[in-house]
Design a protein around this ligand. Structure first.
Ligand code: AMP
Length: 535
């Protein structure tokens, strides 16, 4: 498959292509180009190296949808994920891609009533997505049978190893049909993963989503942590605080582009869309308006924005995180050109933080954390702009009729009162704080984050390693030069410990404790929470 292949080139059925189209995907991601044709051959085991966020769920989900026999109500595919969140996410993603095909997908995970899951399994399902603990639970109770499965998918296999699920994975594999095809997805391929592949996959093809060397330009790069539901509000605030915003907003799918444009239009912005379903004529018209600045906001998918050459953009906004570092670099390369200053802003949810750090590393760039403009700052910025606009008008020739009118109005009115009434009349809506919605702290519902955007880390060192809270804080502070005050809630157990640190320090810490070829010493505590809850 070439870098340019489209979904039509990958061998998917017309029915599945239709579903992809409805979902709003325009072109396959790299991992989809590599995986889909191989999986559809159905004669190979595959070991695929791929990060989260690269579109890997659809990479295995789409061929699965095509290969499932919907008339036969036995479990034909099992997808094992390290956490319950991922199990739910994967099953939702596959559900959203199955189109008209009558496929039943069930997530099974700890924390949900096992009887409820049992009833759903009994009614007949084709694809089960589950976390290891709960799958084994069902296997032991004989409420899940895997002897007829055609496909076994191990998602985020390295995470499962880190979380100590190796025996569970082996146990699950033992219950499966020996003729099945196995697909193992892993962000990294350490020795243990290769061993697992050798042991349980009778010959496999390795595919890696190789990263090209990348460099970014000097555009200022900022990221904002926002909950998905607050992204639109954050976007409006960013546009509003600028003197004259002139930018492209990138979304992942056509559907997202349309939705952002219609919301922006409803709130009074001059925004238009370009994506794969927009006719050439309309595209040219929109681009013409954008070049002439008749509209100042262009909302686009990556595909549609290719080849657009517009100078002097003030902003590029990644409304959703791109699939790979390469598209990040392409997107932000559209601003900050030819000595012009520009800003690239990326919205992330707390879950996407790791992926942003991955992009930052591969793109060899620096993306700093920003805070979303406060309503009062936006209103002050707007007032300043109004003042400058008025001062500009005062420098020009104003027609006599306005002078005469002003004089007449001032004869019997207090000038301050009159001007206040005039401002109120002209700008009431523009500077009304009520026009903005509240934005909640991004980490509110996330398991590994608290309200202040902090992360809880798990450290594989404890009392038995001669560690106490003070030693642990010193060790971390030394390793990443962080102020010890920023490390809180230190809990040292016999074999491991927990600490809480600011969100942006977390990844640095995890990274700096990494030792080549060894189990990570520090990881996000989510894994532990999930394990404790018997996922
Ligand atoms: P994943 O890596 O599977 O977690 O996918 C990350 C996100 O990318 C999900 O929101 C998918 O719906 C989206 N996605 C996957 N493939 C594509 C594609 N070809 N075009 C646009 N979005 C995609």
């Amino acid at each position: 498959m070439t870098d340019k292949s489209s979904f039509e080139d990958l061998g998917l059925s017309p029915q599945t292509l239709q579903a992809v189209y409805h979902k709003g995907f325009e072109e396959p991601t790299t991992i989809q180009r590599l995986t889909i044709p191989l999986m559809l051959r159905n004669d190979l085991n595959i070991l695929a190296q791929s990060q989260t966020g690269t579109g890997k769920t659809a990479a295995f989900g789409l061929p699965l949808i095509d290969m499932i026999d919907a008339h036969c109500e036995t479990v034909q595919a099992l997808i094992v994920t390290p956490t319950r969140e991922l199990a739910i996410q994967v099953s939702e993603e596959i559900n959203s891609l199955k189109g008209e095909k009558n496929i039943k997908i069930v997530p099974i995970y700890g924390g949900q009533s096992i009887d409820q899951q049992f009833r759903r399994l009994k009614r007949g399902v084709h694809i089960v997505v589950g976390s290891p603990g709960r799958i084994i639970d069902h296997l032991n109770r004989k409420t899940l049978k895997l002897h007829e499965i055609q496909h076994l998918i191990l998602d985020e296999a390295d995470e499962m190893l880190n979380m100590g699920f190796i025996e569970d994975m082996e146990e699950i594999m033992k219950h499966t049909n020996p003729d099945k095809k196995t697909l193992l997805f892993s962000a990294t391929i350490p020795k243990k993963i290769r061993e697992l592949a050798h042991k349980y996959m009778d010959g496999y093809k390795l595919i890696t989503d190789k990263m090209k060397q990348l460099t970014t330009n000097l555009t200022e790069q900022i990221y904002f942590e926002v909950k998905s539901s607050d992204r639109f509000e954050a976007l409006c605030r960013i546009i509003d605080i600028e003197d004259s915003f002139y930018g492209i907003i990138f979304c992942r799918t056509k559907n997202d582009v349309d939705s952002v444009v219609s919301h922006l239009n409803n709130r009074g912005y001059d925004a238009e869309a370009i994506h794969g379903d927009i006719t050439q004529v309309q595209r040219e018209r929109t681009l013409g308006k954008f070049r002439k600045k008749t509209i100042n906001v262009l909302v686009a998918t990556d595909v549609a924005a290719r080849g657009i050459d517009v100078a002097n953009l003030t902003h590029v906004i990644n409304y959703s995180l791109p699939h790979d570092p390469e598209s990040y670099v392409h997107r932000i390369g559209r601003t900050g050109r030819a000595g012009n200053e520009g800003t690239a802003i990326t919205f992330i949810t707390p879950r996407e933080y790791k992926r942003l750090m991955f992009i930052q590393r591969i793109a060899k760039t620096d993306i700093r954390k920003g805070s979303i403009p406060r309503v009062k700052d936006i209103i002050n910025a707007k007032k300043k702009k109004i003042y400058l606009d008025l001062a500009g008008i005062m420098e020009q020739d104003i027609e006599d009729q306005y002078y005469n009118w002003a004089k007449q109005l001032l004869t019997d009115k207090n000038p301050t009162q009159l001007l206040a009434a005039m401002l109120n009349y002209c700008f009431k809506n523009e500077i009304d704080p009520e026009g903005y919605n509240e934005i909640q702290s991004a980490g509110k519902k996330s398991m590994q984050l608290d309200l202040q955007g902090k992360a809880r880390l798990f450290i594989a060192l404890g009392n038995k390693d001669n560690i106490n809270p003070s030693k642990l804080v010193k060790l971390i502070a030394k390793k990443v030069s962080i102020d010890p005050q920023q490390i809180s809630d230190v809990q040292v157990m016999n074999k491991f410990s927990f600490v809480t640190v600011p969100f942006e320090q977390a990844e640095k810490i995890v990274h700096s404790f990494r030792q080549k070829g060894q189990k990570p010493l520090v990881s996000h505590a989510r894994s532990i929470i999930d394990k404790k809850n018997n996922v």
